[in-house]
Design a binder for this molecule. Sequence first.
Ligand code: HEC
Ligand code: HEC
Length: 285
Amino acid sequence: MTRWLIWGGVALAAALVLWLAPPVYVWLASEAVIGQRYTLPRSLVQADSTREGLVRGARLVRLAGCTGCHGPNLAGKRLRDPFPLYASNLRALATVYADEDFDRAIRRGLRPDASSLWVMPSEAYVYVRDADIAAILGYLRALPPQGRITPPPAFTRAERWAIVRGDLQPVADLALTQMPAIGLGPHYDGGRYIAMLACGVCHGTDLAGSQEAPDLNVIARYTRHAFFDLLRKGWGAHGRRLKAMGPLAKQRFHILQDWEIDPLYAYLTARAKAPTLDQISGAIR
Ligand code: HEC
Ligand code: HEC
């Protein structure tokens, strides 16, 4: 009788361990990633509060998509995708964050406590110039503070699983490994910069496409005239209806000037004709 009791107890304990082990493992493994601390790099960027700085900053927060996530007045917004979290209230943070805290968050994906941000697309902003970060900060600091500081993300089991699988990665890691769009020489640098700044968040910083948006070598379908219609009016080439690009033209891209759209078109067209990195390394082998 006692033997049965002992074996029963052992079996029960084993079942309990088997039942608990996976969730405990997922929690511990994800917690190790979430709790990771990074080296905080120095930043010497200072908010540019000149008139030109403010005007440029106001354009940049629109073109780079900051207002798309953080709300039209940058006072924060609850996002649903890829999981529910706040795109922070930047106007409330302006009362507590120094310029370098903002810069490290935007270009490196780091919080002042050296932990990583989540979902914020810093990997698309790694290559933004100092002067443009300064202009964005100048604009942000010119807005009166508003509302309360939004909380950091809370991770449910689904997100923790995604972290353990590697499907959800800390932004600070992504920002460290992100490749820029291929350089095609000084003649094309202006257009390349606009492409990374305004298109990289969705089409990938290297412009090679993402889950939702295609590789920008689709430019081959567009004449210069059709490309202007795409960015100004949201019209797809050959009368295609574009679910994302249609509204984006009205919200953002119609503010691009001719002298921005022309170099952007020139760069994207040259890039579509240039051999890819894979082709180049294939030819060397
Ligand atoms: C795809 C949506 C998205 C876009 C586009 C975006 N952000 Fe964010 N951003 C977020 C989210 C979400 C967070 C909060 C991340 C967290 O708490 O881990 C965040 C956090 C931040 C932070 C850190 C705030 C904090 O709580 O420490 C700053 C600063 C910031 N964003 C500035 C910007 C600027 C400037 C731009 C445009 C150049 C921009 N963001 C574009 C989604 C976005
Ligand atoms: C907020 C995300 C987002 C941004 C930013 C963005 N795109 Fe797109 N783009 C998409 C998506 C999604 C598609 C797929 C078609 C659709 O739904 O509009 C697309 C499709 C396209 C296409 C192919 C259209 C076709 O004929 O099939 C082109 C060209 C394009 N984008 C150019 C650009 C350029 C140039 C920029 C920057 C100035 C840009 N996009 C910025 C999301 C984006």
